[in-house]
Write a protein that binds this ligand. Sequence first.
Ligand SMILES: *Cc1c(COP(=O)(O)O)cnc(C)c1O
Length: 235
Amino acid sequence: MTDAARRDELAVSLAEVRERIVRACVAAGREPDAVTLVAVTKTYPVSDVVLLAGLGVTDVGENRDQEAGPKIEAARAAGATPRCHFIGQLQRNKAKSVAGYADVIETVDSVRLVTALDRAAADRPEPLGVLVQVSIDGDVARGGAVEDDLWRISDAVAATTTLRLGGVMAVAPREWDPDRAFEQLAVRSAGLVERHPVATAISAGMSGDLEAAVRHGATHVRIGTSLLGMRNLLR
Ligand SMILES: *Cc1c(COP(=O)(O)O)cnc(C)c1O
């Protein structure tokens, strides 16, 4: 496919996704621009990041350091400077690398990772944004903080000068009704905001459930498939 054809294809799906977000905001009685679209570009080439940035996308999401580092660097070299959200499980030994190019880490779920990121972000000109990933069903194998860990982790982030606590992130458990999942996330977010008033961000909602997320106060939705197409699972 030529760049121009891909650009047209992305422009159409971007308009559709933006329309879904606006409609969901209006239905929820929220401002139409209350929600930031994070375009999840994982498995897609740097050319798509550049095209999306050209179409006005301000934020992209990536989930693997080996893929994201070179891709974001190449996009920036090509003049595209979207904010980069790291949305994959992050091992502590990758903290230094990710802190070198990401603007926000959405998947912070342990104090040990906070300690590693604090060290990794020491030479950054600006603090590294952090969202605490919350486990909605308590299945920690898939990542995310349970119960009191949210307090321990958020207090640890707030105590640093290198990290900036932004709020919470979650993925709705597959077997759950997304409304029920995001309702619980909203409760956890309200508790966090009471303790840390600046931490108002709620990253929730993907291609299949963005409407439910917006109904329950999402400030960021992370959209891959609806924007870029089905990912090849073999990649
Ligand atoms: C891949 C991914 C998304 C995007 O999912 P789609 O269903 O393709 O929109 C969102 N959030 C996380 C954490 C992901 O890994």
